[in-house]
Each structure stands twice: as C-alpha cells, then as structure tokens.
Design a protein around this ligand. Structure first.
Ligand SMILES: [Zn+2]
Length: 289
C-alpha cells in the first residue's frame, strides 16, 4: 500500500522541507515562539499532523500564491496569509467543483494509479475559515527569528517569496525553480512584471545564499536568480530564441538561458501588452475585468 504522507527533511537549524506525494515542497521555519509554514500542497496526506510532529508552537501559515498545488491543506489550519491579488484564486483552487475536476486530473497525471480513497479524500476537503492579506516587506516575528515577505508578482499576480536574512535562506516557491517558470497561465503577469520581481530579488542577492523552491530540485544556488534575470531581459529585448510550448494547462513560447527557461505568451511581454490583452478579452466577452 502506498503512503501519501509527507517526507520531512531538516535543511537547516529549526528549518524543515516537507515533501508532498504530489511533488510540492512546503517549508516549516520554527522560531522560539512561533513557526511559519510556507504553502500547504495539494492536500494529500496529513500536513497538520506532520507539522504537529515537528513542533508544538503556534503555526502561522502563508501561501506563496493561490495555485491549487500550494493551498490544498489550508483548511487544516485556523487561518492563512495570502496576497489580496491571489485570494480569489485560492478560493477557486479550494472549491469542490474546481477540485473535482482539476485536482483529480492533476493527481492522476502525476500517478495514474493514485488510490481512489486518497484521491476522493483529497478532493472533498473544506475551505479555510480566515484569511489575512500579505503586504510587501511585512515581517513575521517568530521570536528569535524574523521572516520578511517580499512581493514578487509574475507567475501569478499575487506571488510572494520569504526571506530569512539571518540564516541567508530565500524561499522562492514558483517564482524561481529549477527547469522553468510558467508565465502563460490565466493569472500570470507580463514578462516585464516578472522581470521587475527578479530584479528586486537579484539586487538583494547578498542577503541570501540558497534558494528553496516549491518544486523540483529542492535547493538552488543564487546563479539561478541571475539566469532568470537574463532570460526575462532577453525575452523583453527579443534577443532569445523561442520554441512553441504546449501542455495540458495551456500553451505559450519557451525561451532558455543557462539551465532554465521561461514559458510565456508573446502577447503578454510588456505590462501595457498584458493590460490591452485583458481589455480585448473583456470587450469580446462583454465583461468588466
Ligand atoms: Zn504555481
């Protein structure tokens, strides 16, 4: 019988990576008074119990963004912090109608033999009761440890990274991962928006030594920040080649720099292009955006 429970790895002093069966990395940062949990996965396994097995401190939960693979176990906690820009996306991602379709197909795409009981349990979960809004530069005080929330829109409009300056750790979720970053999704910002976020993080590169992403390779060097900066800049300048990129969740174009790539829409490169493309959609559908 398969285990759908989390795998826990200590990655530093009082700092843990929690690997979900469905391939999202959450992180638990324990301080002398409180602990910060970054992201809650798809909802597989029992994240609340996993966290309790590590610490009995009060848990502050933050969502790096509102996608379904980062907010699934929100309901196991009293409240969550998320950017106001991604709150509606989070409610969508944790609604039964959405989960019945999207979580089902996502989990089956990861494992075609995903067990029926665990699949149904993961789909049919309640929603978190209380939500607070993150603000750029906000500091979570865990007692002997302070974590800064940094707004990094791009992958979604409400993406955040979290910086532990003292331990020189930057938790980047889907803003900086190995392989590629997706900017072609319905809730993504323009390449220009993403570029500005990466530029802010890059300008602070002396404040962290290792990046801890939400997926794939679990710890990355600061070089990745440089490659994403150069890749986004190259796309804006039109100096990088691009190849068609199609997957089940959407399609776009992919440009590579070094070891990484950015997948984007050619009509969403500048902020102005992104805004006018929203306008065109609203004119076509007769809706206000
Ligand atoms: Zn995401």
């Amino acid at each position: 019988m398969k285990s759908y429970e989390y795998e826990v790895t200590q990655i530093g002093e009082a700092t843990y990576r929690l690997d979900e069966y469905a391939k999202t990395h959450s992180y638990l940062l324990v301080g002398s008074e409180k602990a910060l949990l970054i992201d809650t996965g798809c909802g597989c396994g029992h994240l609340g119990k996993t966290v309790e097995s590590i610490t009995d401190k009060e848990i502050i939960v933050v969502n790096s963004h509102g996608h379904l693979d980062h907010v699934g176990s929100n309901y196991q906690f009293e409240y969550v912090w998320i950017a106001s820009q991604d709150e509606a996306l989070m409610w969508d991602s944790t609604s039964i109608v959405f989960r019945n379709e999207r979580i089902r197909s996502y989990l089956l795409s990861l494992d075609s033999e995903f067990e029926e009981n665990e699949l149904e349990r993961t789909i049919r979960t309640p929603q978190v009761k209380k939500v607070y809004h993150l603000t750029d530069g906000q500091v979570f005080d865990l007692g002997d440890r302070k974590i800064e929330a940094i707004a990094t829109p791009g992958h979604t409009q409400g993406c955040y990274c979290f910086l532990d300056r003292e331990r020189e750790m930057l938790f980047t979720a889907d803003t900086v991962c190995d392989i590629s970053i997706l900017l072609f999704l319905e809730n993504s910002g323009s390449v220009e928006t993403y570029y500005r976020s990466i530029e802010r993080l890059y300008n602070r590169r002396n404040e962290y030594k290792v990046l801890y992403p939400g997926h794939h390779t679990p710890a990355l060097s600061v070089d990745y920040m440089h490659d994403y900066l150069m890749c986004a800049r190259g796309i804006m300048k039109g100096s990088l080649e691009s190849v068609r990129h199609i997957e089940a969740i959407g399609d776009g174009w992919k440009s590579m720099y070094g070891l990484i790539g950015i997948v984007y829409k050619k009509e969403w490169i500048s902020d102005a292009d992104r805004a006018s493309s929203d306008e065109k959609i609203s004119m076509a559908t007769g809706q206000d955006t």
